[in-house]
Design a protein around this ligand. Structure first.
Ligand SMILES: Nc1ncnc2c1ncn2[C@@H]1O[C@H](COP(=O)(O)OP(=O)(O)OP(=O)(O)O)[C@@H](O)[C@H]1O
Length: 252
């Protein structure tokens, strides 16, 4: 499928440091990567290797020191505040480890919130398909406290997808879930890539979670050092063992 090879997001020789002088830390040391449209990519690597920094820079949540970051044909590092706000609101979706739902809103209101903020209409057919896919049809009027962790994360997945963003960024989406709920969320992310052509980028420490992805990128010391395509959990574990660092892997 031709469209599958186009980049939904791209980093070109991205450098990013925190702090100055002796205390400076190079979080990203010349990272270049293309994230293909419609693909599910996992980012792995030891603690402190730059995974979250890379995701935040790609999503326009953090600035870069040099290089370029693109979402589709928009150069993210060329945007001013207003453009960045619109990009984050309309063109990327986020799924966080802590769900980040608004407690006073129902599941349905949480899901449609990004559209409401952007003044966009809800595409009912798409909303229904997303809700059906995540299995939340009978939970739409519940508030987050009335939902299990797995259900809350499924609300967050639906919220990320409802605006049909160019990229969904997921930061440890299963980090707070038991393995069964985690598998449901991962299965849903997998389906949204395969069936809806949704581009997904997920940071994870979990080799099993990474094995749901089409591709796994491994970072060490702020650089991409390996990658795997169509990975098995065992292959991911084996690769992690041979990277620098002393990360402890979680196998769900
Ligand atoms: N706001 C910040 N201020 C200073 N240093 C930072 C900041 N954010 C990240 N760093 C440093 O940048 C490096 C990369 O951090 P990053 O959070 O991207 O790694 P990570 O691979 O996501 O780690 P983890 O798996 O532990 O979440 C680390 O050395 C970290 O200490």
């Amino acid at each position: 499928m031709a469209g599958k090879s186009e980049a939904a997001a791209r980093a070109v020789d991205v450098w990013k440091s925190y702090g100055t002088g002796e205390a400076a830390v190079t979080a990203l040391g010349g990272v270049s990567v293309e994230l293909d449209r419609g693909r599910f990519t996992a980012i792995m690597g030891p603690s402190g290797s730059g995974k979250s920094t890379l995701m935040h820079c790609l999503a326009g949540l953090d600035t870069i020191d040099s290089g370029d970051v693109w979402i589709g044909d928009t150069k993210v590092n060329g945007l001013r505040d207003k453009g960045l706000t619109e990009l984050r609101r309309d063109r990327v979706g986020f799924i966080f480890q802590q769900f980040n739902l608004l407690p006073t809103l129902t599941a349905e209101e949480n899901i449609t919130l990004p559209l409401a903020i952007g003044g966009r209409k809800v595409d009912r057919a798409w909303f229904d398909l997303v809700v059906e896919t995540v299995g939340l049809r009978d939970r739409l009027s519940h508030r987050p406290t009335q939902l299990s962790g797995g259900q809350q994360q499924r609300v967050a997945c639906a919220r990320a997808l409802v605006s049909r963003p160019q990229v969904v960024f997921a930061d440890e989406p299963t980090g707070n879930l038991d393995s069964r709920s985690g598998a449901e969320v991962l299965g849903f992310l997998r389906r949204s890539s395969t069936e809806f052509d949704q581009t997904i980028v997920m940071v994870t420490h979990d080799a099993v979670a990474a094995s749901y992805a089409d591709r796994v990128i491994f970072l060490a010391d702020g650089r991409i050092v390996r990658e795997l395509h169509h990975p098995t959990a065992d292959a991911v574990l084996e690769t992690m063992k041979n990277l620098d660092g002393d990360e402890e892997l979680v196998v769900a």
